[in-house]
Ligand binder design. Structure first.
Ligand SMILES: Nc1ncnc2c1ncn2[C@@H]1O[C@H](COP(=O)(O)OP(=O)(O)OP(=O)(O)O)[C@@H](O)[C@H]1O
Ligand SMILES: [Mg+2]
Length: 312
């Protein structure tokens, strides 16, 4: 009953976002078709915050409901991981996070034989667990994958939907199983992803959050923040974005995560000047650029501004 209620709440959220009823129904049907295996129920994510953005929700759900894999590509702090977790929650699937920053190899992804004290057993890796449980594999920073991991990904994401476990059988991917890749590329670009891997995904170009959604996000994360202060921070964010787009400053300091962190620091007693220095300005190491950024910030947010000024 509690689960039913939770589902209705999530579907209502999607409707409020503006997701069309056909997709909302699709979610309901997908969840009914693929109940969560009880042993993996604790892997269904429970993100602290919602992802805001109708167009992105719509595309992402359409891709996953039609059985495709989804690649979220875009600049830092555009909510790629927040969205991936929200999709796991809405679709009610257990999720496995796999970060490709570390040296991930085939044995890590698929699993390997280990000695359990009395005999050799196969210890499944996250891709195998995902395949068996019909989970969502979140392939974080997938463009950083090295050759050995690439071979596994090419096979797993293939239309055959099977993985080969060396020395064991091939195992099919459960029909509910999906993969969501995330890939960070900024104005200055980053490591490209190879064509064969990209072709296995529908690619969603993640936009920078729009103004209305940003206002909702800030209200969500800081419910007691005064409206006027919220407006100043929002304007600051888009001013920095504009300067980045015009190449007046680099994209190092355009960081929504940094701005939210700064507000959090202010809430615990750090002055606005120091908080914004640490969370935005100092992310570039060029003194001249720091000066430019500080000027933009100071024009909006007084250095001495304190928590009591911005929170009710
Ligand atoms: N459209 C959005 N809806 C909700 N939150 C968002 C949105 N865009 C950015 N955020 C916020 O930005 C912060 C970073 O989110 P997240 O970690 O998902 O970003 P990311 O795109 O994965 O970044 P990176 O490329 O640096 O890993 C979070 O606080 C998140 O709430
Ligand atoms: Mg991320």
């Amino acid at each position: 009953m509690a689960d039913e209620h939770r589902l209705e709440e999530l579907l209502e959220f999607l409707r409020k976002e503006g997701v069309p009823e056909t997709l909302v129904d699709g979610v309901r049907k997908y969840r009914a078709d693929y109940p969560v295996p009880p042993e993996a129920a604790d892997r269904v994510p429970c993100p602290d915050y919602r992802y805001y953005g109708k167009a992105v929700w719509e595309k992402a759900l359409a891709v996953l409901l039609t059985g495709e894999n989804l690649l979220l590509a875009g600049p830092k702090a555009t909510g790629k991981n927040v969205l991936a977790e929200n999709l796991g929650l809405v679709l009610g699937r257990p999720c496995w996070n796999i970060s490709f920053h570390i040296n991930v190899d085939a044995a890590y992804l698929i699993g390997s034989d280990t000695f359990d004290g009395s005999r050799v057993v196969f210890r499944p890796g996250p891709v195998t667990l995902c395949a068996r449980n019909g989970g969502i594999g979140i392939l974080d920073e997938i463009n950083m994958a090295k050759n050995e991991a690439l071979a596994v990904l090419h096979e797993t994401l293939d239309f055959r939907r099977e993985i080969e476990i060396p020395g064991y059988d091939r195992i099919p991917l459960d029909p509910a199983c999906r993969f969501i890749g995330t890939m960070n590329y900024g104005y200055a670009g980053t490591r490209e992803m190879n064509e064969a891997l990209t072709s296995r995904f529908a690619v969603l170009d993640m936009p920078v959050i729009d103004e209305d959604d940003l206002a909702r996000l800030i209200t969500d994360q800081f419910p007691t923040m005064k409206r006027s202060a919220r407006g100043q921070f929002i304007r600051l964010f888009y001013e920095l974005e504009k300067k980045t787009e015009n190449a007046e400053i680099s994209d190092r300091s355009l960081d929504l995560r940094g701005m939210l962190d700064a507000i959090r620091l202010i809430s615990v007693g750090i002055s606005a000047g120091d908080a914004l220095d640490m969370c935005i300005t100092n992310k570039t190491f060029d003194r001249y650029e720091q000066g430019l950024i500080r000027d933009v910030i100071r024009a909006r947010i007084p250095e001495k501004l304190a928590g009591k000024d911005i929170f009710a």
